[in-house]
Design a protein around this ligand. Structure first.
Ligand code: AP5
Length: 220
């Protein structure tokens, strides 16, 4: 099973990709997490990406596509991509990379949610920067405030979750990523999932979506 997650910042893509990984063993490729790790480790890629990420802009395609190409090497055939592709050029590059391996994409899951909900979720998100695990102080709080339930690590708020950067990220999504909805709709692989429900309910919708060959235009 090879799926990509599309959807605006805060829609729950990372949360659900982690659940798919835990429940079905699908490899999770989160470009945001990989880039943030590179920033923390002060790699060359991190140095090239950090300014774009701080401003809420997309990191240039050539850097991100080369990164995905490296990630795909040695990967099992099943995966969920969270955060890639982000524009039509990246989607075309992904098609070419998967085409060379004979690995067609099975589905593109679109998370839909309104802007006010997205802003509220991002403002209350706390993240473990070492493993990418996220919590939400309103809807999914850790057992001990500021501490990851799993590894006891400190939880932090992401720099790009500041209100002004969130506004830029949402605008960038509308301008650059939203056209991918039509891109994948034309392939018949797009499934829209209403993300305005509990984490568990959305997970069930996604499990249904990926266990059935989706008919074009299907909504869960
Ligand atoms: P990235 O890390 O990919 O950020 P994003 O797409 O903006 O998505 P988020 O991680 O903010 O949100 P999410 O949908 O994963 O939501 P989450 O599950 O955390 O990208 C960051 C930056 O990296 C970009 O701005 C760009 O600079 C760069 N970048 C990354 N990929 C790139 C690419 N391909 N090309 C170029 N640049 C790239 O949930 C959010 C909160 O809501 C959490 O607190 C969670 O607990 C809570 N929550 C989740 N689901 C629910 C629910 N159902 N109900 C209630 N609360 C929920």
């Amino acid at each position: 099973m090879r799926v990509v997650f599309l959807g605006p910042p805060g829609a729950g893509k990372g949360t659900q990709a982690r659940i798919l990984h835990e429940r079905f063993g699908l490899e999770q490729i989160s470009t945001g997490d990989i880039l943030r790790r590179n920033c923390v480790d002060e790699t060359e890629l991190g140095g090239q990406a950090v300014g774009y990420m701080a401003r809420g802009e997309l990191v240039p395609d050539d850097l991100v596509i080369a990164m995905i190409e490296r990630e795909l090497r040695g990967l099992p055939t099943g995966f969920v991509m969270d955060g890639f592709p982000r524009n039509v050029a990246q989607a075309e590059a992904l098609d070419a990379l998967l085409g060379r391996r004979g690995w067609p994409l099975d589905g593109a899951i679109l998370f839909s949610a309104d802007r006010a909900t997205l802003i509220a979720r991002l403002a209350s998100r706390w993240t473990n920067p070492r493993n990418g695990r996220t919590y939400n102080v309103l809807t999914n709080p850790p057992k001990v405030a500021g501490i990851d339930d799993e590894d006891g690590g400190e939880l932090l708020q992401r720099d790009d979750d500041r209100a002004d950067t969130v506004a830029t990220r949402l605008d960038v999504y509308d301008a650059q990523t939203r056209p991918l909805i039509e891109y994948y709709r034309k392939t018949g692989k797009l499934v829209e999932v209403n993300a305005l429900a509990s984490v568990e309910a959305v997970a069930e919708r996604i499990a249904s979506a990926i266990s059935a060959a989706p008919a074009p235009g299907t909504r869960w």
